[in-house]
Design a protein around this ligand. Structure first.
Ligand code: RIB
Length: 296
């Protein structure tokens, strides 16, 4: 069984700020860093750090070759990464004193995926393999259709939210991992309980992980519902906390662990990521997660 992340790679420009810039305001940042990011890359790194052999497909330009090197240095297989003439995708991230962020993304090469790239990549995968995707590339609907036609298990993190998501073949998605905003948009409901009730009715074969940050996380399918409280942390930068949760959760599931075990490990891993600066570089290793769990 193989795990493929088909998604975005970004160059993250991270500005530490006293507060988020307001309309008409110009302010100096307290510090600046250029680091590896993008939801696809972050989730591939989290899976790999958790211990999952992971393949990453997506696209970069010449300016993003360091992202490929970074994936390779974390044992992610990059054979299906395309080098295109467009610039690499990037993100402008403001992080305030409370560790909260606001992010602008520019798609660049992430928005230049072709049908031929999807078919070429998926020809190396087969029924029973897993594909994890997000919403930072073009061709999202096509990736779901092509993968599920082959019997590949599709996991969708519908982030960031867009109107286009409503026309994707979501009934072909097996696992959804989503936050409260995405949950509200896909279900039309306001509270976590109502969201999960509605999603399970709308997609009866789906399995749902709803992450609520400091409020914890739920799992729901048509038979059961579980809750995992968050693991306390001093927030320095919440960027990639959700990506860390995703990678650790699915590594545990693919390793055959029960859902409650996967939720707990994922919550501990995410709590470490929020206590560190940056996206992919903030993702912990399993011994750090173990240590955190033992200290609880
Ligand atoms: O989920 C965090 C990521 O969102 C950042 O790394 C940034 O690139 C944006 O895609």
């Amino acid at each position: 069984m193989k795990m493929l992340v088909f998604g975005s790679l970004n160059i993250d420009h991270v500005y530490q700020m006293d507060h988020f810039v307001r309309t008409g305001e110009t302010i100096a940042s307290l510090s600046y860093q250029k680091i590896e990011g993008g939801k696809g890359l972050n989730q591939a790194i989290a899976l790999s750090k958790a211990g999952q052999h992971t393949h990453m497909a997506g696209a970069i330009g010449q300016d993003g070759l360091f992202l490929r090197d970074f994936l390779q240095s974390h044992q992610v297989d990059t054979a299906h990464l395309q080098l295109l003439p467009s610039p690499t995708g990037h993100a402008m991230i403001q992080v305030d004193r409370e560790g909260q962020n606001c992010i602008i993304i520019h798609g660049g090469a992430n928005q230049c995926l072709s049908r031929a790239m999807i078919d070429g990549t998926l020809s190396h995968f087969e029924a029973g393999d897993y594909l994890l995707m997000q919403n930072e590339t073009n061709q999202g609907a096509e990736i779901i259709r092509a993968a599920s036609e082959k019997g590949i298990h599709v996991i969708l993190n519908p982030s960031p939210l867009s109107d286009a998501l409503h026309s994707w073949p979501l009934e072909q998605v097996e696992w959804f991992i989503l936050n409260e905003i995405e949950g509200a948009a896909l279900s039309g409901k306001n509270t976590p309980a109502e969201m999960l009730d509605a999603l399970v009715i709308r997609y009866p074969r789906g399995k749902f992980v709803l992450t609520l940050g400091a409020e914890g996380a739920y799992y729901a399918d048509c038979q059961q519902r579980l809750f995992q409280p968050s693991v306390p942390a001093q927030a320095v930068d919440t960027t990639a906390a959700g990506d860390t949760f995703t990678g650790y959760f699915f590594h545990a599931i693919l390793s055959g662990h029960p859902i409650a075990f996967a939720l707990r490990r994922a919550a501990a891993a995410a709590s470490i990521a929020v206590s560190r600066k940056g996206a992919a570089p903030s993702i912990p290793y399993p011994d750090e997660v173990e240590e955190k769990l033992q200290a609880l």
